[in-house]
Design a protein around this ligand. Structure first.
Ligand code: MIG
Length: 923
């Protein structure tokens, strides 16, 4: 018997390893190329200049808030309506829709946080060829040319950006299908498409005859693999081109597993934005992934700009950089979407920070997360039962490694019925949660949006009876295959549905939940195992709208409703924490994202940097990659390096596939345990800095993890760097991401600046490539000279345990001997910082040999027990004496120590509360 079982086990291992080794990478045939997507190939086949539109200037109307003018398609005589808005904060909005669509076209709701405020636009000049509008200032102009239609945004004589300058505007008008015969037998659609011929069609009465419009294959139905898309509305795609003279570097449009700087797509596929569950994604590839943010940034030494293409349908983006006219570099960008309208925001910068401010004024800023969610998260698919959870929890204590959150994946549920627990494995969830709470730790459970069709499952029966499921094209509840088997998908676009979903997180609804239980939304692209491209059929219905129109928004709404549920269960008091896999523009308002199912490979470790940098550039700061890699098994070296890199990325969570061997930090021998412990401890000491960065991100929309060019916009050497990054302004990180590395070369930016190695305090000049020898314990990190960073150096078992711990200040002097920094303190988890102004925000400033703390927000208050324990001044000279002046005016002398080798002056026990005014004088 035993040998039989052994043989079965061996067989399973063999099958598994064969499976793992042959499925090395994505099965590309599951996902469409542009050629296989009818609208993309139709649009891309159109060459520059072929679309011909005229702006009918006689129809121009100018109101206080905007300008409208009709655009005539010279080929088919269809009229479009162009709306132009000058928005506050140096932005222009361009909307194009059909003048008289036969039915409304989808306009994306809920993503913009307000109706963007407009500014007065005035006509500066006008003749029969063009209209010149003032965009404010002396020489900001928008030129609308009539024939062919184009828009140019100018600063003085310089064109900053042109729209439709290549004549690729294309707007497929909604139409009535002439030939209804092939609708009746869609099975044969594929073969029939080629032979279909349609009568001449005249859509609008013009002076000239409209050209005959011949239906092309895939306009009225399309089949991919075995999946038919019925397209009851027919063709509805849109396209527009933008030219950026003087621009060689463009960024953004996540999510792609590709470098930070976007590549030319000439001759290959465009970057695709279509939220998909891609099994084992490949690197350096423009294929779509789980999330989509249709925002592109351009940058050169003079100016940073942004384009926000507000459309939630499947979208493809072509990028082509090269020489424009008169030898000036130029980048051309073309957006193609399957449905909806053209609604684009042009953000004119000019500085990187201005673009972030502009974009966040439209879609909001990063939600300020609970402090503990910035600490370390321990996850795997799966922690099997309560005993497993408690053993892992104890393992962390035994090995003296801090952690804040332990995660439960889908196996914790009763048969993949979310909001439930497997009774055998988790019989006492509250007891388990209380055990964690006692240690001031937390838990996350997964709640996916596919709902098991099961008449004894309350969540299902409620959604069904309330009519909240997405419908299939025939009006029944849409059903797809996912983890639970047959599943329905709630229509999260429906506000009633979201409200109901949120109410399911109430403590009396979600049985076994407690206040230290948070949520993970996976599979919300949505993933449908038996659907086209592993997602939902585009002809499924969300009320009046097709899934086609809203696809990229689905995951955004799932996370929105879940975050709302967490807020409500606490009576509006507590900040939520929700991790999502799918996302869209604006998802930053609802929590964190991760980069999905990566692999335990060095290339994936490297890729985590540009992927999170790209997300930060478009507002989503709270980003991380599975530490260790999801698929496959990392070597101990890769695992250690991944912890070291992940400790310096915003969302820091280890995760692993169900089939991989266990990899808790202590399973690789004492040396590796020590290396991982040290990396995690470094994260915990820096939590005050991370928290401050997120406080700023919430207020200003600046990314937390930043490409170097954001802070050094004139330094061309930084424009393509994606193996190092900044956290805020003051920390530069160059993780080791190569196997058996003996050294890295870090670029330290800033002419005349200095950087300090945070481990050795060695000082290096800026504007150089620095070779750094590394060992397994090295994490190359530098603090900017001129900055002050606060740490908490007494690491405990969770961040909450460190709440009242004292601060150590690291004052890194610049070449003039000055430094500045900030400290931010609040309760770490409620909204009271907002509602009751309960926080401390102070400036720390070192100048003329004295260091002082002053209040940046005198009308706020928060009692803190934390005091300033130590001050380290880097790049210092030895003083004769140090005295402290506290709020009450009393003066006392402070002990100090100077290390001439490192030039570090250590001031011991200034003994002053972190929330009050004080000054330290060095004499
Ligand atoms: O199809 O819930 O990306 O993190 O562990 C796999 C099981 C479903 C995919 C997620 C991954 C998670 C896994 N999920």
């Amino acid at each position: 018997m035993a040998s039989f079982i052994e043989r079965i086990c061996l067989y399973r291992v063999l099958v598994l390893s064969v499976f793992l080794s042959i499925t090395q990478a994505v099965d590309r045939s599951n996902f469409k190329t542009c050629d296989q997507s009818a609208f993309c190939s139709r649009q891309r086949a159109m060459k520059p200049g072929q679309s011909s539109y005229t702006a009918l200037l006689e129809t121009l109307e100018l109101s206080d808030s905007h300008l409208t003018v009709q655009l005539l398609n010279n080929n088919n005589k269809v009229l479009l309506l162009l709306e132009l808005y000058r928005l506050q904060g140096n932005m222009t909005r361009v909307k194009i829709n059909e003048l008289k669509p036969i039915k409304p076209r989808y306009e994306v709701p809920d993503v913009l946080i307000t109706d963007p405020p407009t500014e007065l636009m005035s006509v500066v000049a006008q003749d029969e060829h063009r209209v010149v509008l003032s965009l404010g200032g002396e020489d900001w102009r928008l030129i609308l040319s009539a024939q062919p239609f184009r828009l140019d945004i100018m600063e003085g004589p310089q064109v900053l950006l042109s729209l439709n300058s290549r004549g690729l505007l294309a707007f497929e008008q909604l139409r009535i299908r002439k030939d209804t015969k092939s609708q009746t037998d869609t099975e044969e659609a594929g073969e029939k498409q080629d032979t279909e011929k349609h009568d001449k069609e005249k859509v609008s009465e013009g002076e000239e005859e409209a050209e005959e419009e011949v239906d092309q294959p895939g306009m009225w139905e399309e089949t991919f693999k075995t999946h038919a898309d019925t397209k009851p509305n027919g063709p509805s795609s849109i396209s527009l081109d933008f030219s950026l003279p003087g621009v060689e570097h463009v960024y953004g449009i996540p999510e792609h597993a590709d470098g930070l700087r976007l590549k030319n797509t000439d001759g290959g596929d465009p970057y695709r934005l279509y939220n998909l569950d891609v099994f084992q994604y490949e690197l350096f590839n423009p294929m779509a992934l789980y999330g989509a943010v249709p925002v592109l940034l351009s940058h050169n030494t003079h100016r940073t700009m942004g384009l926000f293409w507000l459309n939630a349908a499947e979208t493809w983006v072509d990028v082509s950089s090269g020489q424009g006219s008169s030898e000036v570099p130029q980048t051309d960008v073309r957006w193609i979407s399957e449905s909806g309208i053209i609604d684009v925001f042009i953000m004119l910068g000019p500085r990187p920070n201005d673009v972030f401010t502009q974009y966040s004024s439209l879609t909001g800023t990063q939600a300020f997360p609970p402090l503990s969610s910035l600490a370390y998260h321990q996850c795997r698919w799966n922690y099997n039962d309560q005993e497993d959870v408690s053993a892992v929890d104890q393992g962390f204590d035994e090995h003296d490694i801090p952690y804040d959150f332990i995660w439960l994946d889908i196996e914790h549920t009763d048969g993949k019925r979310y909001f439930t627990w497997d009774n055998n494995k988790f019989p006492q969830p509250k007891e388990m949660l209380q055990g964690l709470l006692d240690k001031r730790r937390k838990m996350v459970t997964i709640v996916d949006p596919h709902i098991k069709v099961d008449s004894s499952y309350k969540i299902h029966t409620e959604i069904r009876s309330r009519g909240y499921y997405i419908k299939n094209k025939d009006g029944g509840d849409y059903e797809g295959w996912c983890w639970p088997g047959n599943a329905g998908y709630p229509d999260f676009t429906n506000p009633e549905m979201r409200k109901w979903w949120a109410s399911m997180f109430a403590y009396d609804q979600y049985e076994g939940s407690m206040e230290n239980l948070y949520t993970w939304n996976d599979m919300n692209e949505p993933s449908v195992f038996n659907g086209p491209e592993v997602t939902m059929h585009k002809d499924a219905l969300h009320g009046p709208w097709e899934h086609r129109d809203i696809h990229n928004l689905y995951g955004f709404y799932v996370q929105m409703a879940t975050a709302e549920g967490q807020i409500q269960r606490s009576g509006g008091l507590e900040r939520p924490f929700v991790l999502t896999r799918a996302f869209f523009a604006g998802s930053q308002r609802y929590g964190a994202v991760w980069t999905g199912d990566n692999a335990a490979e060095w290339g994936h470790l490297k890729m985590s940097i540009p992927m999170c940098l790209s997300l930060g550039l478009v507002g989503i700061s709270f980003c991380g990659a599975d530490v260790g890699g999801f698929f496959k098994t990392p070597s101990a070296e890769l695992l250690v390096r991944w912890y070291q890199a992940g400790a310096y990325q915003p969302f820091f969570r280890a995760h692993a596939h169900l089939d991989t061997p266990r990899r808790e930090p202590w399973l690789f021998g004492p040396d590796n345990t020590a290396l991982i412990r040290e990396a995690v401890r470094q994260r915990y000491t820096l939590l005050p800095y991370w928290y401050l960065q997120f406080y700023h991100a919430q207020r200003t929309g600046q990314p937390v993890m930043r490409p170097l060019w954001v802070e050094y916009p004139e330094d061309i050497a930084t424009f393509s760097i994606d193996n190092e990054f900044l956290i805020g302004r003051d920390l530069l990180v160059h993780p080791v991401t190569d196997e058996r590395s003996s050294g890295v070369t870090a670029y330290l930016p800033g002419n005349g600046e200095v950087w300090y190695d945070v481990h050795t305090f060695q000082r290096h000049a800026g504007a150089q490539n620095l070779s750094i020898p590394v060992t397994m314990s090295s994490i190359p990190v530098f603090q900017r000279g001129g900055s002050i960073i606060c740490r908490k150096n007494r690491v405990r078992r969770s961040s909450s345990c460190m709440e009242n711990d004292p601060y150590t200040l690291y004052v890194a002097l610049d070449s003039q001997g000055n430094a500045e920094g900030e400290i931010y303190i609040d309760d770490g988890h409620t909204f009271k910082h907002k509602t009751d102004k309960q926080f401390i925000h102070r400036r720390l400033s070192y100048t003329a040999n004295s260091l002082s703390s002053s209040d940046l927000s005198p009308d706020s208050q928060f009692p803190t027990a934390s005091w300033v324990e130590q001050v380290n001044i880097l790049g210092a000279q030895k003083p004769d004496a140090v005295t402290l002046t506290a709020t009450d005016g009393g003066e006392s002398s402070v002990e100090f120590e100077f290390d001439p080798d490192t030039a570090v002056l250590t001031l011991r026990k200034p003994g002053v509360n972190a929330g009050v005014n004080w000054t330290l004088h060095l004499r």
